[in-house]
Design a protein around this ligand. Structure first.
Ligand code: HEM
Length: 363
């Protein structure tokens, strides 16, 4: 069921809605951690469909994730008798011990209750690191001991948003009685343990009691966790290139040959050296290109500056030439005027001299 950690439910597929974990898409144990470290209440008639009832978080933490009956029933029972007894005895668990195992599987349609786990189980079984002193439980920082970690304090954090019709806790929250609660605790505390158990369960589920199954490729004896050694050819090995790589063995065979084989990618020293060299080369190339680009930019800048300078000089020359031309034209015009004036003077002189030479008419 922990595989639900990677996926989500969609109304258009199953009628259920939401993700099981906050790390959707990651194959981790978050599904188990969410199941135990959040407070859960029924979420009835998903998108108006009365036949689809699931569980939502009702605690202080961020909303948005969900569980199905078939998920929560692994950890929690529905035990209203125990809850009634707890309320009657002011949540003194000792008085209600004989009722702890009287629950039925949890069901969102039939049950209005809050499913949560108290901090003791979580700190003691390593879901929370006791050395840190505090842990995020139901969206609040709960210490491993002290006033803030008392039963009612934590219950309030985990069930703060439960429905007003809620009858209280679904199960004995100190140690819920769902069939697999101890396993859920183990898987929430230790991801590797879960992955191991998952691999075993997967093998059983997929082989489905067929005893005559055999591997497609012979086991080669190069042991690694991922069993890359079983992949006999380079081509098959390349299909698992995220984990396996085709490289020479570090030990020679009985004839002294260092043969190629499929091994864990992380142990492919030569490949890592190659990659390192390529990375370095790329870095150098990038640096060279960067310097080239800077030089090119500087050159272009210089060229633009020189062009601007040349243009300014040409403008200046043009301006001077125009000035000189204007001066020359002015001088020429002046000269012309002077000549004209001189000519007019001469003319008028001539005219007055001619009149003087004439004899006056006799009366
Ligand atoms: C009682 C057993 C189970 C029930 C009732 C159940 C129910 C569901 C439902 C209702 C969905 C949502 C489908 C959708 O709306 O798209 C779902 C999704 C999924 N289930 Fe289960 N499941 C069960 C067991 C398992 C197991 C054993 C595995 C794997 C080992 C598994 C892996 C998944 C995955 C990966 C998804 C997400 C698919 C996606 O994101 O598209 N489930 N399951």
């Amino acid at each position: 069921m922990g595989a639900h950690s990677i996926g989500s439910a969609r109304v258009e597929n199953s009628g259920y809605k939401g993700s099981w974990s906050t790390s959707e898409g990651v194959f981790d144990n978050d599904y188990y951690r969410q199941m135990l470290t959040r407070g859960w209440g029924p979420d009835r008639a998903v998108e108006g469909n009365k036949d689809r009832n699931q569980w939502k978080t009702v605690d202080h933490g961020p909303p948005g994730i969900m569980m199905l009956n078939s998920d929560l029933c692994l950890a929690y029972d529905n035990n209203s008798l125990h809850q009634a007894c707890m309320e009657k005895h002011n949540f003194n668990n000792r008085k209600c011990k004989n009722l702890q195992n009287k629950g039925k599987p949890i069901n969102a349609l039939e049950t209005q209750c809050c499913a949560w786990t108290h901090k003791g189980a979580l700190f003691n079984k390593g879901v929370f690191d006791i050395k840190n002193g505090k842990a995020d439980l139901c969206g609040k920082k709960i210490p491993s001991r002290g006033k803030e970690s008392r039963f009612l304090e934590v219950k309030n954090a985990c069930c703060v948003n439960q429905s007003s019709e809620s009858t209280g806790d679904c199960d004995s929250s100190q140690w819920p009685k769902g069939q697999s609660f101890p396993n859920i605790l183990t898987f929430a505390a230790n991801e590797n343990q879960w992955l191991e158990s998952f691999a075993q369960a997967w093998k059983i589920a997929t082989e489905n009691s067929h005893l005559d199954l055999h591997t497609l490729v012979e086991y080669q004896g190069d042991e690694d966790d991922y069993e890359c050694g079983k992949l006999r050819t380079r081509k098959i090995c390349q299909t698992r290139s995220h984990m396996c790589s085709w490289y020479r063995k570090s030990k020679p065979d009985d004839r002294g040959r260092f043969r190629f084989h499929c091994g864990l990618e992380s142990l492919d020293v030569e490949k890592h050296k190659r990659e390192e060299a390529m990375r370095k080369k790329k870095e150098e190339r990038d640096e060279r290109n960067r310097l080239k680009k800077i030089a090119k930019e500087e050159k272009a800048k210089k060229r633009a500056e020189e062009k601007a300078k040349r243009q300014a000089m040409m403008e200046e020359k043009k301006r001077k030439r125009q000035e000189e031309r204007a001066q020359r034209q002015a001088a020429k015009a002046k000269k012309n005027e002077e000549r004209k004036a001189r000519m007019n003077k001469n003319k008028s002189k001539k005219r007055s001299g001619g009149l003087m030479d004439q004899k006056p008419e006799s009366p």
